[in-house]
Design a binder for this molecule. Structure first.
Ligand code: ADP
Ligand code: 5GP
Length: 202
């Protein structure tokens, strides 16, 4: 059985990750979204088990502190804890599914140490546009928006460690870029089938 692709997607908060990913997933079969655990409170419209597993700090720490850790990676982001379930990801990759992780830059750096992900960074066209989109989304208070904008400046500094950069200016183009990256990665020759490299006879 071939192993699936581990796709790591990062963006500053409000960069458009969720919007782009939803459209790509609706259109491209075979992708599974890894639902993270978080200690953040749900936003209106968010569902436990679909958007996140919303847990208490105590529950989070008990999963994190298992041996081996129940999380493939975890990080504190904007004052809340977030983590990726190790068992869910490993089981799906093993079954040949392509798994998408929506994680921050700290999590992406941790994943790179133990796995070989395809890492994609989604950047806003400018910080002013990012601020406008965060406000337009209307899900955060002023203090939270200020913290997320401050963090965005740090996050944008590590773009160079990603394999691909998508500037989310026109949404339709950004969606098409992510779709194309996934399709191209699926065609890579080195991707093994039944443990052996793909071979063709001419
Ligand atoms: P993230 O998941 O990265 O935090 P979202 O997908 O929630 O970001 O996008 C933040 C806001 O910006 C949403 O209100 C979304 O509708 C809007 N948005 C996303 N991409 C674009 C775009 N290319 N042009 C205009 N608005 C956008
Ligand atoms: P939000 O609270 O806006 O949903 O997410 C805030 C940030 O946390 C985003 O950058 C998102 O990618 C990141 N995030 C979500 N889940 C995880 C996770 O499991 N691990 C890490 N490291 N970051 C995560």
């Amino acid at each position: 059985m071939s192993s699936g692709i581990l796709l790591v997607l990062s963006a500053p908060s409000g960069g458009g990750k969720t919007t782009i990913l939803k459209r790509v997933m609706a259109d491209l079969p075979g992708l599974v979204f890894s639902v993270s655990h978080t200690t953040r409170k749900p936003r209106p419209g968010e569902e436990d088990g679909r958007d996140y597993y919303f847990v208490s700090r105590r529950e989070f720490e008990s999963i994190r502190d298992r041996q081996p850790s129940g999380f493939l990676e975890w990080a504190e982001v904007h004052g809340n804890l977030y983590g990726t379930s190790r068992a869910a990801v490993e089981q799906r990759l093993g079954a040949g599914r392509d798994v998408v992780l929506d994680i921050d830059v700290q999590g992406a750096a941790q994943i790179r140490k133990s796995a070989d992900p395809v890492a994609v960074f989604i950047a806003p066209p400018s910080l002013a546009e990012l601020e406008a989109r965060l406000r337009g989304r209307g899900t955060e208070d002023e203090q939270t928006i200020a913290l997320r904008l401050e963090n965005a400046k740090q996050e944008l500094r590590v773009v160079d460690s990603y394999d691909y950069l998508i500037v989310n200016d026109r949404l339709a183009e950004a969606v098409e870029s992510l779709r194309s990256i996934i399709i191209a990665e699926r065609c890579r020759r080195r991707r093994a089938v039944d443990g052996a490299p793909v071979r063709v006879d001419f």
